[in-house]
Design a protein around this ligand. Structure first.
Ligand code: ATP
Ligand code: MG
Length: 361
């Protein structure tokens, strides 16, 4: 799949823009604060229906304007589809081929984008939340079933926590637990496959990127032992039976996949204790490159790779290797403040968009 055309209106500091992208490498070049990240944020929004920078959609509407709109024309096997989103004060409206879609799940993942943003480095710090977010977003983009199971789980979890805060109705609690168990069979299995996929490829990708044997490992740390799929339902049910009273006392659900985490290791030691800042950046890049393969394997299509602010922190050797590793078939959008950062790394000339005060040429 490639992104052919991007049309924006009142999106952050971009009043109007209409650009045709190259199927290869596209560079967004400009000084700080000109609108480069804004531009790629609009593409990521068209992939996930969310910003990767803010939780409040209204922040993406240009100041003093009533709405923002994004129109992405994607092409797959010669077939073009227009995906449009309008963000307004009352929410967002999503359209596929001019037809409004009532649910975000019908829109998400049609434009499949893999983003590298320096903010993602947070993922290796203390917060399991960021790691779960990555996992949920990436699996969610390729699996409607996963999204549906996750939504169902979150809804039941919320209801269970509300029930625990009120006078406790054991029948209600057990009924919600049973629904949570059903949803988790799907969630945990998808997460297991995802993590296993990363685990098998990460060390090799890292070696391609930095020419060092760094032995990376990824492991799903779940609240439940998922090694035997046939026993999973029973084990979960048993765990809820054992901990229900404690939950009633503490008024919160202590067990469930909302507490799962992914552990990254380097040479067997947690990455956070072991890796340098530069190495963490390279591991993150290696993860993103593995995700491209993940999308290809599961959806039989290539995603768009989006690299925000990646070059300035890489040394010249790593930059050269990155572009060597980037598959020629992957459409790439990359932001930079300085063309010199790119020049010597590239074999082929990229399409360059100059970004200046929200104007893209
Ligand atoms: N809702 C909005 N309306 C108008 N302008 C906005 C809005 N939100 C952000 N901006 C402006 O967008 C600009 C930031 O754009 P962006 O983050 O894309 O910069 P950038 O080109 O990526 O810069 P850097 O190289 O520093 O990352 C700022 O000037 C900011 O004031
Ligand atoms: Mg930026």
């Amino acid at each position: 799949m490639i992104l052919k055309k991007l049309k924006l209106r009142n999106f952050r500091n971009i009043e109007h823009c209409e650009i045709v992208l190259d199927p290869g490498i596209n560079v967004f070049l400009g000084n700080n604060g000109q609108g480069k990240t804004n531009c790629i944020e609009s593409v990521v929004f068209s992939s996930t229906t969310r910003s990767f920078r803010v939780t409040n959609d209204n922040a993406m509407i240009k100041h003093d304007c009533p709405f923002a709109s994004i129109e992405c024309t994607i092409e797959e096997d010669g077939k073009k589809t227009v995906l449009s989103s309008v963000i307004h004060s009352k929410g967002k409206s999503l359209f596929v081929a001019s037809k409004q879609v009532p649910k975000a799940s019908e829109f998400i993942g049609r434009l499949n984008a893999i983003l590298f943003s320096p903010n993602d480095l947070e993922m290796f710090n203390i917060s399991p939340r960021e790691r779960r977010k990555l996992m949920d977003m990436e699996i969610g983009k390729i699996s409607l079933k996963y999204n549906a199971a996750l939504l169902k789980y979150q809804k039941c979890l919320k209801e269970r926590n509300q029930a625990l805060k009120m006078e406790c109705d054991i029948i209600l609690l057990t009924s919600l637990e049973s629904q949570m168990v059903d949803a988790q069979l799907q969630i945990i299995e998808s997460r297991r496959v995802f993590v296993e996929f990363l685990n098998q490829r990460l060390t090799h990708k890292m070696k391609q990127l930095c020419d060092e044997d760094l032995e990376l490992g990824v492991r799903l740390k779940s609240w439940i032992d998922f090694s035997d799929k046939s026993k999973l339902r029973e084990l979960m049910q048993q765990k809820y039976d054992e901990t229900r009273e404690r939950d009633i006392l503490l008024k919160v659900t202590g067990n469930g996949c909302h507490r799962d985490d992914i552990e990254f290791t380097m040479k067997g030691i947690p990455l956070n204790e072991m890796a340098s800042q530069g190495q963490k950046r390279m591991v993150l890049l290696a993860i993103k490159l593995c995700l491209i393969d993940f999308v290809r394997m599961t959806k039989k299509t290539s995603p768009v790779l989006i690299l925000d602010d990646v070059l300035s922190e890489l040394d010249q050797n790593n930059r050269i290797r990155l572009f060597q590793v980037l598959d020629k078939e992957v459409q790439t959008l990359i932001t930079t403040t300085d063309l010199d950062e790119l020049k010597e790394s590239l074999v082929k000339s990229p399409k360059i968009f100059r970004v200046d005060h929200g104007i893209i040429r």
